[in-house]
Design a protein around this ligand. Structure first.
Ligand code: SF4
Length: 343
């Protein structure tokens, strides 16, 4: 696949930390370089150190690891401006924002509309553009410049579930990185393009490996989880939230793009999206990841009821590798599906 992505700004862009997926097109149009603080946290060589730093500053033990990690990143990586999503992501972010502001950082709150309504989203984006000193027209131009990156992410996703040539972790990594395109979308496009060209020449995974869906927020287990599943004959061919972050569906406007994005809204929107992909991708079983102390875990009650596939719920905290107890549960889960599907 060929790609050509122009850098939309010819001036030096100011770094802005983001606490989750936000309309980065507006930020880029306003001259910012968005960096996803979650991605910095989880790819840090020693993420535990960032959690400890937050706890030393007073974050409670029973606060979600991602919130503490984001705080640690802000302190350690000298981030001075942060866009905090206060509605449509996590209620903990509201207090995190207060603490960051107290520590002298500039914070910009952003709220997704209550409902995924295109008109409301258009108004929200307009308001944000005005607040940041840019216009929605300029942000729409950035959307067009980012389109090739989103198409490449989509191709990589196809290579995962259709062509069976890309593993679950590689899929996770490239899709989750689309929240900020690693701070440089031109480089992202070049790098993912190289991966795609390489993957197209690879031998496909064997047909008899189990096909799993991974739903829920990205895990703290990083590569360990995906690798362990593959060693045991199962492969993640669908990363739900990561695919949402990549926004791979072609759209005609930012208002549309951010209102078909399911993560900030009701679980019903997520269920529709997941159900469709479970069928398309011929999924054998579901891994539902929940983060300790996260309210989103409660949604598992609904997932268990509506999805008619075997589901394993894993809860992670600040343990960045799979322990023996989790490994045993995963092995038992895979064995059970294999027995039931004769593979
Ligand atoms: S995992 Fe849950 S509690 Fe933690 S930051 Fe994300 S939404 Fe908030």
């Amino acid at each position: 696949m060929s790609c050509s992505v122009k850098n939309p700004m010819n001036k030096i862009m100011k770094k802005i930390g983001i606490t989750t997926n936000v309309p980065i097109e507006v930020l880029i149009a306003a001259g910012y370089r968005p960096v996803d603080l979650n991605n910095i946290f989880i790819s840090d060589p020693d993420p535990e150190r960032l959690i400890k730093l937050a706890e030393k500053d007073g974050f409670p033990i029973n606060c979600c690891g991602w919130i503490k990690g984001i705080y640690g990143v802000c302190m350690e990586y000298h981030i001075d401006t942060v866009m905090c999503v206060t509605s449509g992501d996590c209620s903990n972010t509201e207090m995190l924002m207060e603490v960051l502001r107290h520590k002298g950082l500039k914070t910009i709150p952003f709220s997704y509309p209550q409902e995924p309504d295109e008109t409301e989203m258009q108004n929200t984006l307009n308001k944000l553009a005005t607040q940041l000193g840019t216009t929605l027209d300029k942000a729409e131009n950035v959307r067009k410049q980012l389109e090739p990156c989103r198409k490449l992410a989509d191709r990589l996703d196809e290579l995962t579930w259709q062509d069976n040539k890309v593993g679950g972790f590689e899929n996770h990594l490239w899709l989750v990185s689309a929240s900020d395109f690693n701070g440089n979308h031109t480089k992202y496009a070049e790098e993912i393009n190289n991966v795609i060209e390489d993957a197209e020449k690879r031998k496909a995974y064997t047909e008899n490996s189990l096909r799993l869906a991974y739903i829920g927020v990205p895990s703290v287990y990083r590569k360990d989880l995906y690798r362990f599943l593959e060693i045991n004959g199962a492969r993640v061919v669908y990363n739900e939230i990561q695919r949402q972050f990549a926004m791979t569906q072609p759209v005609a406007s930012l208002a549309k793009q951010y209102s078909i994005y399911t993560y900030p809204y009701s679980i019903t929107n997520r269920i529709e999206d997941i159900q469709r992909e479970l069928e398309n991708r011929k999924i054998d079983g579901i891994i539902h990841y929940v983060q300790a102390f996260c309210y989103r875990g409660i949604g598992g009650i609904i997932f268990k009821d509506v999805f008619k596939l075997p589901m394993l719920t894993l809860e992670g905290n600040d343990n960045f590798y799979l322990d023996q107890h989790i490994r045993t549960r995963i092995e038992a889960f895979i064995d059970m599906i294999k027995r039931n599907t004769d593979r």
